[in-house]
Design a binder for this molecule. Structure first.
Ligand code: HEC
Length: 179
């Protein structure tokens, strides 16, 4: 009798501990840090495809940037984010004194007319040696080829993302476009 039940309980416990794993707590790259442009692109194209992201709240979906520094990406931009990033917002805003959690992705498509010509992306991964101001930064052509490498650690990005309200919004500038 005792034997029978213990044989049952062990697999049940194992099953329970596996099935309770929180999907959202997975590290951004399976098996360790993102260290290459190909890994980063695979995350936004396959593991967590950008087609599933939600639009940045309370902004026009496609717009010509008019902010200090919008010149970086012209002529049109469309910004979206994954649910890890979206879930931290309250009424569409980043609560004062908080920052985006690791695993947050904010994704910007640059369009020329109807045609998408470039992707710019940031992924929050504070402990990654390639992070700059807590984010990984990269740009890709739509075919996945690298335009600006994650290995640059955002050296061409962070100073402009630190302008205006960047610092109070965890370096995310699109908040300045909100209605
Ligand atoms: C000259 C200033 C400037 C530079 C340089 C710049 N950005 Fe931006 N970026 C902006 C502004 C302004 C926005 C807000 C949207 C807009 O108006 O285009 C933005 C928005 C973004 C967004 C959407 C999230 C957000 O912050 O709102 C991403 C992703 C992004 N940029 C990535 C990058 C990457 C990657 C680089 C470097 C390779 C970079 N940017 C360099 C000014 C800049």
């Amino acid at each position: 009798m005792y034997r029978k039940s213990s044989r049952l309980i062990v697999p049940l416990l194992l099953f329970a501990s596996f099935s309770c794993k929180d999907e959202g707590a997975k590290p951004p790259a399976e098996g360790g840090f993102v260290s290459t442009d190909a890994q980063f692109f695979r995350i936004i194209s396959q593991d967590q495809p950008f087609t599933s992201y939600v639009l940045f709240p309370n902004v026009d979906s496609v717009t010509t940037g008019t902010l200090n520094g919008s010149i970086a990406h012209q002529p049109l931009v469309r910004v979206s984010m994954n649910t890890v990033a979206f879930n931290v917002l309250q009424s569409g805003r980043l609560p004062a004194g908080t920052s985006f959690p690791d695993g947050s992705i904010i994704f910007k498509q640059i369009l020329n007319g109807n045609q998408v010509v470039l992707y710019a992306v940031i992924l929050k991964d504070r402990n990654n040696p390639l992070s700059g101001n807590g984010w990984l930064w990269a740009e890709y052509q739509p075919d996945g080829s690298t335009a600006i490498s994650v290995t640059t650690r955002g050296s061409g990005c962070v100073s402009c993302h630190s302008r205006e309200q960047g610092p109070q919004n965890d370096y995310v500038r699109t908040f300045e476009r909100q209605r």
